[in-house]
Design a protein around this ligand. Sequence first.
Ligand code: NAD
Ligand code: HJL
Length: 218
Amino acid sequence: MENSRPRIILSTAISIDGKIATKTNDSKLSSKEDIKRLHKLRSKVDAILVGKNTVSRDDPILTVRYAKGKNPIRIILDSQGTISKKSKILQSCDKIPTIIAVSKKIPQKNLEKLQKFPIEIIITGKDYVNLKLLLKKLSKKKIKTILVEGGGTVNWEFVKHKLFDEMIVTLSPFLVGGEDAISYVGGSGFSKISNSPNLRLKSVKRLKNHLVLHYEKL
Ligand SMILES: NC(=O)c1ccc[n+]([C@@H]2O[C@H](COP(=O)([O-])OP(=O)(O)OC[C@H]3O[C@@H](n4cnc5c(N)ncnc54)[C@H](O)[C@@H]3O)[C@@H](O)[C@H]2O)c1
Ligand SMILES: Nc1nc(=O)c(N)c(NC[C@H](O)[C@H](O)[C@H](O)COP(=O)(O)O)[nH]1
């Protein structure tokens, strides 16, 4: 099993109270130094993966800009294929390799919209992208390492299925609060602490007021 999927690194910046964005979706938690660290890491992986909501709310481009090195392949989980034509991801897909992972439930008109772009569309899962199958397909494409950059729903899917190897959490010196603000790991959650993946703290790096915590899954 371990060899049939790429190596997965989960990477997120969180507030002290474990949020990844405010209730109005302000997610700028990283400092300049932390962004540089993130871009260096991006330059070392084969692909970056995010969920559809992160694309619609942040409009990321997911390139390497504050470090030297190549851009990884971008992978978006978007079961229904609702990504906007105007998103930076689709607007730059002629220059940066892009994979949109959709489910069999994708409406025909959304599939046709996506097919007009020079991207790869991978269809797995009945209603929702099937992560295990997707990772198997990505492995066959020689994608060996994937940096998962959230958001909370995507993080939960990887945590729930224990489909990761490393976790890098930047603890940012902010308090966000709010029942509706998105947490680092969303979804339905575990009932017992003993259900959590076992993690070993490998290193702690201080970047001024931010702490970069690096864990490995045992
Ligand atoms: N601080 C940070 O480091 C950071 C990082 C990323 C995102 N964010 C924030 O997180 C928020 C978005 O998080 P979210 O939880 O709403 O959404 P998300 O970005 O995790 O996207 C979830 C969506 O992806 C799609 N999807 C398809 N197949 C899936 C699968 N197998 N597993 C999981 N998702 C699948 C579904 O439509 C699902 O609703 C935004 O506000 C963004 O700014 C913060
Ligand atoms: N490490 C980290 N710190 C943050 O403060 C933050 N908001 C994100 N969020 C991850 C998410 O995927 C973002 O949308 C991309 O970090 C934007 O990436 P670009 O600048 O477009 O390349 N990640």
